[in-house]
Design a protein around this ligand. Structure first.
Ligand code: 4GO
Length: 323
């Protein structure tokens, strides 16, 4: 009954932008890229209210990112604005109809747009995929509901299909929000410092090293000695080592041959100072059975100087990593 041609879809009704098409501010001279546009096709645009807050809200206000919403219901023509129907062949639940989704996407897409269906059957989203998407000018994220979307959306409309992990959600909205967040923080100017997006878990294929802030001893637990030393080369070496050991212990699947070789190296160029047994355990096992951070810090830290780079407790602008 809803196969008749559509009369008056009303994209404006849901394209009402939480952060809209028109940036409030011009991008600054240092960040001259046009805003990345993201159109989200969803029956529930209200679910995206969290994107107005915090870092993403600021990115939208600054015109680095523009997120708009398209409701398939606004692209129906029947009296009941039908967006779902029974599955051919029978079975439980309802399937989202193809036409309202096609019309919604076609109202905004160009041949360059990445049109992404969120689904547990997609390729698994990762930091690498986020970086790939951040290079696009326009993303369209399609959020399914009910038992899923008509297969023709997947076959003839979507250019990509992504899953945020091996679990099933009631709709694609939460997955789409994860994608928006991970992509947005990679856009120039979105995070406080230019390097902020480059140093944390997964950005270089390793988990993040441990982070500490004041006080130097909390409930008797000291900050590792090396971090208080002010010796930047030593600190960098310690952090790299921690990242390697933590990754080997918690995510051995991320350990490439190069990383395993680096881990097997005890990090000291002065072989005479080698502390470990001569029969080296296998790299992964070495990382896996050791408490991260324990073996490196042999010296106690009685009266360490204040951290050189300590920020005042309320000055941090960017939350840390995923680790
Ligand atoms: C995406 C969508 C899980 C994911 C979804 C995921 N569940 N793992 N559910 O990224 C069609 C009906 C898919 C509900 C949707």
């Amino acid at each position: 009954m809803s196969d008749e041609p559509l009369q008056e879809p009303n994209p404006a009704a849901t394209k009402r932008a939480l952060g809209g098409d028109e940036p409030l501010l011009e991008p600054g001279p240092a960040e001259s890229r046009a805003p990345v546009r993201i159109d989200v096709v969803t029956l529930f645009p209200e679910m995206f209210a969290p994107l107005q807050h915090s870092i993403l809200g600021r990115a939208i206000e600054q015109g680095l990112l523009a997120v708009s919403y398209l409701n398939p219901r606004d692209f129906t023509a029947d009296r009941h604005r039908t967006v779902d129907d029974y599955p051919y062949g029978g079975g439980p639940g309802m399937v989202m109809k193809a036409e309202p989704i096609f019309l919604a996407v076609e109202s905004v897409a160009s041949p360059e747009s990445a049109i992404i269906l969120l689904s547990p059957a997609g390729r698994v989203f990762s930091q690498t995929v986020a970086a790939e998407l951040a290079a696009h000018d326009h993303l369209v994220l399609i959020c399914g509901h009910y038992e899923g979307v008509d297969e023709r959306v997947r076959e003839h409309l979507a250019t990509d299909e992504l899953s945020i992990g091996d679990y099933v959600l009631t709709g694609g909205e939460l997955a789409a929000m994860v994608v928006v967040d991970a992509v947005a923080r990679l856009l120039p100017g979105v995070l406080g410092h230019a390097e902020s997006a480059g140093d944390e878990s997964h950005s270089h294929g390793l988990l993040e090293y441990p982070q500490y802030t004041r006080p130097p001893t909390f409930r008797g637990w000291p900050v590792p000695d090396r971090l208080l030393s002010g010796h930047h080369a030593e600190i960098a070496k310690w952090r790299r080592r921690q990242s390697l050991e933590r990754t080997a212990a918690r995510r051995p699947d991320l350990m490439t041959p190069d990383l395993l070789a680096e881990l097997a190296d005890d990090g000291s160029k002065k072989r005479s100072r080698r502390r470990r047994s001569t029969a080296a355990p296998t790299p992964v096992a070495q990382g896996a059975d050791r408490e991260v951070g324990a073996a490196q810090d042999d010296a106690p830290v009685p009266d360490a100087p204040p951290p050189l780079d300590a920020r005042s407790p309320d000055s941090s602008s960017v939350p840390g990593s995923l680790a």
